[in-house]
Ligand binder design. Structure first.
Ligand code: IPD
Ligand code: CA
Ligand code: CA
Length: 257
């Protein structure tokens, strides 16, 4: 199956998962649990959405490996071959408290390289997908690389805890930018970066938070690494920086000054 056909197949799964999530709002029996602490939430819809996507993946490619945030699949023993990386609901806090500003996200890696990314903002119905071979699309429209704006020319997305603590000089970075936005959803931020609505994004992210949007922003010529400028692997959570070439360089310098 070629990449474009694969994109259409995977888009179908994600739209279907989005419809299940929207339908769940009509019921009032959402089960919410905490994981590492009071603000680290998981719901039965996170788990069910991941299981639904894994069912589709296993029918499509029984040999594929899966790295997923929920249900004990958060470590990959072996990254060879084809790996699907899933964040079934990115922005679970928003999903629970706002019923908006959350995304379904999926990346496809082959032999350690990101080949496809999918980030679907369900309630906004904004779907970015594609990769280095096909280019990037937003709701079927081709996305062009955003303008290489400096930090002072745009908005920067931030993780609120890092900003509150001024970790990595994030408050100074915010003062140089036109403003700071904290949506609590990595997918939302990476869509905005891809579409030129942000010039940079700084957070602390796990592989399932950055891999799907990361494939897309890299295909658009944007920069991404750990906040220390090191390559991101699929092994662990890391302080994360992405941006236009200009804003990325400025943030990297300021964060490590
Ligand atoms: C979280 C969101 C948030 C980021 C956290 C993530 P989740 O994902 O993307 O913006 O700051 O680090 O864990 O847990 O809602 O999938
Ligand atoms: Ca996430
Ligand atoms: Ca999640």
């Amino acid at each position: 199956m070629n990449r474009l056909a694969m994109i259409e197949e995977i888009k179908g799964w994600i739209y279907e998962a989005g419809n299940h999530i929207k339908a769940s709002f009509a019921k009032d029996n959402l089960k919410v649990d905490t994981k590492s602490g009071r603000t680290d939430l998981v719901t039965d819809m996170d788990k069910a959405t991941q299981d639904f996507l894994i069912g589709k993946i296993m029918t499509f490619d029984p040999d594929a490996k899966v790295l997923g945030e929920e249900n004990g699949l958060d470590h990959l023993k072996d990254g060879t071959g084809r790996v699907f990386i899933i964040d079934p609901i990115d922005g679970t806090m928003n999903f629970v408290l706002e019923q908006e500003n959350f995304c379904i996200m999926l990346a496809v890696y082959e032999e350690g390289q990101g080949v496809l990314g999918f980030v679907y903002n369900v309630m906004k119905d904004e779907f970015l997908y594609g990769g280095p071979e096909t280019g990037v699309f937003c709701n079927d429209q081709k996305v062009m690389p955003p303008e290489n704006k400096a930090l002072s020319e745009g908005l920067v997305g931030m993780n609120h805890v890092m900003f509150q603590k001024n970790a990595w000089h994030t408050q100074e970075i915010g003062q140089i930018a036109m403003g700071v936005r904290m949506t609590g959803c990595a997918g939302y931020e990476l869509i905005d970066l891809a579409l030129g609505r942000r010039v940079a994004y700084i957070s602390r992210l796990a592989p399932w938070d950055y891999a799907p949007g990361g494939v897309l922003i890299k295909a658009l010529g944007l920069e991404m690494s750990t906040i220390e400028g090191k390559a991101l692997g699929l092994e662990k959570r890391d302080a994360f920086l992405a941006g236009t070439k200009k804003a990325y360089e400025e943030c990297l310098r300021l964060a490590n000054s």
